[in-house]
Design a protein. Sequence first.
Length: 250
Amino acid sequence: MYTLNICHLYPDLLNLYGDRGNIIALRKRAEWRGINVNVTNLSLGDQFTPEAYDIVFLGGGQDYEQEILQEDVLVRKGSFIREAIEQDKIFLCICGGYQLLGKYYKTWEGKQINYLGALNLWTTGGRKRMIGNTVYELDFLKSDSCDGKIVGFENHSGRTYLGPEVKPLGKVIKGYGNNGEDLSEGAMYKNVFCSYSHGSLLPKNPTFTDYLITLALKQKYSDFVSLFKLDDELENLAHDTIIKRVAGKY
Ligand code: GLN
C-alpha cells in the first residue's frame, strides 16, 4: 500500500480563506484511491525534518502573522526548507506562504520583512488590495481531457516579481495574479508550486490535486504508474460554474 506523508507548516498562523482545504483535498483524493495519508502540523518552535514528508504545504496569512513567524522560519526552519527545495521536495505554497519563500516582503508602509530567499522572487505591498475570483491557465496541466484552467480567489496587497530562474505557475485569464501587470500568476521552481489562489485552490481544481499526488507518488515509489480516475462530476461542476460566472466568454 502506498503512503503519502504531508507536512502542514504553520497551520495555526497561515490559514486564510480555508487554505486547509488543500490538505483535505490531497488527503481525500489519495484515500479514495486506497492510498494511506498522514498529515503532520508543524508550527513555531517545531523542528522541520523534510525527509519525513512527501508534500509540504504553506497557506496564506496577513502581514501580521507573516511577521510573527519571520524569526522561526528564518532561524529554525530556513536552511532545511532551502535544502529540501534544492533536493526536489514538493511544496505547495499559497499567498503569504508563497511570499515567504522569496527574498523579502516590503509592506505598503515601507517596512521590509526579510524572508527565506529559497526562490528568486520578491514582493512589494501596494495600497490597493487585489481581491476577487481568478481564472488562470497552467500549461503543464493541459491534456486531451483538461484545458488547464484553474479557478481561485485572491486577496493580497503584495505584488510579486520573479527572477529569471523562477517561472510563473500560470497565465492570468481573469484577476490580478502576481502583480496585476504582467499576466503572470504564481511561481514554479523545481517541485515548488506557488499561487495567490485561496478559496481553496485544490478542492475546486481536482486535476491539479491529482497532478501533485501523482508527482509525489512517482517520486517515492518506482513502481507507481498513475492514479485511477474518480467520478468528479460535482468537482467539475463547481469548477466550470465558477469559470462561467467569473470569466464568461474569453
Ligand atoms: N499579507 C500578504 C498580502 O497582503 C498576504 C495576504 C494573504 O496571504 N492573503 O500581500
